[in-house]
Design a protein around this ligand. Structure first.
Ligand code: SER
Length: 636
């Protein structure tokens, strides 16, 4: 059965059992700032698990695109990928264990035709501290299911991983593990969950690849959660019926939910009884294409390239662009690592990348038609990053060769040199490690980490010195200027913003209060409370008054005062902000008493108001009921 057939069969199976089939959500979680990428099927559905009604009803099923960035370093073995599809089915306060476990077992053994002898399951051993009972209900269900297949399923308590590797299988089929293995929440164990987070015991299904011998490097004895690769998890039914309270205790949610997730690619690998996930039909052609084009074929590189190209395609398809931050940074790493392995380690030549991107997109056309629609963009973004990396590489490799030549065989490249390669040639540490490994040398990771921390410290200190102890941290807390030129412009706009607030209060009255402000090198944006639209005349008066203050060429200075005293001077402050005990009051005027503007502020500001230039109100508009917004610009 092809991977696409398994996906289709799965969705049909659950559709027949009353589920609404929903499309995959984006890889970029909407309105969830806690995670960079959608890494499980339940993430986009969390509010429905908490009780909100889903338009599709109480039973949903889907195949969700997932990216787990944290797995990037594992990629290269036979089963880890950064991108994968998670098959899901959900019950929002509808069915529970009695239906979920039999359905999934039926799907695996009757639809996908897995040998039930190779299926093992785990269940929750309970948490006495939090009074969450061991999951004997699931055990009873599993026993009955295996019995129907003629298998006597014994339950064995393994609890912790350490215990598990000491004890091993003991002839069991069902295994109890504790909170680390059989409890699921977005934050992990009950202890790690923040208040209000939902979670619950889970029951996981493992497939045993009997062709893989146990590797004692992972523990004395094998067991389902052993990482040696003999057992691979292919599905997880979370019985999400708890939430954490503010005091750390747990109570039941208003509804009992099921959150099931199963790795599509792993199920496909199990259906072939082949532990190498890269041998499934949607990945194998890529592996073979890479192998055929490589001057020095190498399985690890083939897998890394295959995974990284596929993940990059899906990420670009969902709107990610390479950058040095967060999501963009993962994409940059994926592309550069793929290119590094492809061009520099195994020697792929010609227009390999473009044609391979097409192969991947074509194989996903039916399931994810949006990839075909974005084909040109995906190719462009990938190729641009590839070209940028190729340029960096040429200069970096020369430097690397020099450093490596000075390192003794079996020795390590220092943290300082690794950092130099990163800072001047953009070589991520992984690349240096990879290249070093080729030469039989290592990288001193610890001293590298110290270098990075030290560098961060230095640049922070530098910023503070440059920007008067505060950086240019405006009310939003963001650093607004990256160089002297930008700093000058933003500083002028910053002073203009103070003068604007003073003028607004002068013209419109003291009901004007700051609601927010945002300054870029182009303009200032000031939000304030005022009940109605400003008239043309009022706007003109405000603008004139700001320009009058500017022409007076008032000195702009500050006084440091204890907070209480600072408030008494009548200086304005932003009610949302938490201020320290001693604050700076910036004022425009010859003395604090007769200043035209005074505000709590970290600076920086121009020394004299005339430096601001000519101020113009570009726009006045509403942002919310009772809140107006002014955009102001300055001319030199
Ligand atoms: N949330 C569970 C998981 O990610 C099941 O969907 O494993």
């Amino acid at each position: 059965m092809s991977t696409h057939e398994i996906r289709k069969k799965y969705l049909e199976f659950f559709k027949k059992r009353g589920h609404t089939v929903i499309p995959s959500s984006s890889l970029l979680p909407e309105g969830d700032v806690t995670t960079l990428f959608t890494g499980s099927g339940m993430q986009p559905l969390i509010k429905y698990l908490l009780g909100e009604a889903h338009p599709g009803g109480k039973r949903l099923t889907d195949a969700q695109k997932c990216v787990r960035a944290e797995d990037i370093d594992e990629v290269g073995d036979n089963r880890h990928t950064t991108f994968f599809e998670m098959l899901g089915n959900w019950s929002f306060g509808d069915y529970f264990k009695e239906e979920q476990l039999p359905w999934f077992f039926e799907f695996l053994t009757d639809e996908v035709d897995l040998d039930p002898q190779k299926v093992y399951v785990t269940v929750f051993a309970g948490d006495t501290e939090r009074q969450i009972p061991r999951d004997e209900e699931s055990v009873a269900i599993w026993k009955a299911l295996f019995a129907k297949k003629g298998i006597t399923a014994e339950a064995v308590v393994l609890d912790t991983e350490q215990r598990a590797s000491e004890k091993g299988m003991q002839g069991g089929r069902i295994f109890y593990y504790g909170v680390k293995k059989n409890w699921w929440s977005r934050a992990g164990t009950p202890e790690n969950m923040p208040p209000r987070e939902p979670g619950g015991p889970d029951s996981e299904v493992f497939y045993e690849f009997t062709s893989v011998p146990h590797d004692p490097a992972f523990g004395a004895h094998c067991h389902p959660n052993c990482d040696c690769g003999r057992f691979v998890e292919i599905g997880n039914s979370v019985f999400m019926e708890y939430r954490k309270n503010e005091d750390g205790s747990f109570s039941k949610l208003a509804q009992r939910n099921v959150d099931f997730g199963g790795g599509l690619e792993r199920i496909a690998a199990a259906s072939l009884d082949d532990p190498d996930i890269f041998n499934i039909d949607i990945l194998k052609p890529l592996i073979l294409a890479i192998r055929a084009a490589a001057v020095r074929p190498h399985i690890r590189s083939e897998r890394i390239i295959t995974d990284h190209i596929r993940a990059s395609i899906f990420l670009i398809g969902d709107g990610v662009i390479p950058s040095n931050k967060e999501r963009g940074y993962l994409l940059r790493r994926l592309i550069r690592r793929a290119v590094m392995h492809g061009q520099y380690l195994i020697g792929l030549e010609g227009d390999f990348w473009g044609s391979t991107i097409d192969v991947v997109i074509d194989s996903y056309t039916h399931a994810y038609p949006e990839l075909s629609e974005k084909r040109v963009l995906i190719r462009e973004v990938f190729m641009k990053e590839q070209a940028a990396f190729a340029r960096t590489y040429e200069s970096g490799i020369k430097e690397f060769e020099k450093i490596a030549a000075e390192t003794k065989p079996g020795g390590v490249i220092s943290g300082a040199d690794t950092f130099l390669l990163l800072a001047t040639h953009g070589f991520p540490i992984e690349l240096t490690e990879e290249l070093a490994a080729q030469k039989g040398i290592g990288v001193d990771k610890e001293s590298f980490a110290r270098e990075v921390a030290h560098h961060r410290e230095l640049s922070r200190a530098g910023q503070e010195k440059k920007f008067g102890g505060h950086g240019l941290l405006l009310d939003t807390g963001e650093l607004k200027a990256r160089n002297e030129e930008e700093l000058k412009k933003v500083t002028r706009l910053h002073t203009a913003t103070h003068l604007l607030q003073a003028a607004l209060r002068n013209v419109l009255g003291n009901e004007v209060g700051q609601k927010g402000s945002d300054i870029t090198t182009e303009r200032t944006r000031f939000d304030f409370t005022f009940p109605r639209k400003l008239t043309k005349e009022e706007i003109q008066s405000v603008e004139n008054l700001v320009n009058k203050y500017i022409k007076m060429d008032l000195p702009v200075q500050y006084k440091e005062l204890p907070k209480e005293e600072a408030v008494k001077t009548g200086a304005l402050y932003f009610f949302k902000e938490k201020y320290p005990e001693v604050v700076k009051v910036y004022y425009a005027g010859h003395s604090l008493e007769d200043a035209v503007s005074k505000e709590f502020c970290g600076g920086p500001h121009v020394a004299h108001t005339r430096e601001v230039g000519v101020f113009k109100i570009a726009k006045e508009e509403a942002v919310a009921a009772g809140v107006r917004r002014i955009r102001g610009v300055i001319e030199p």
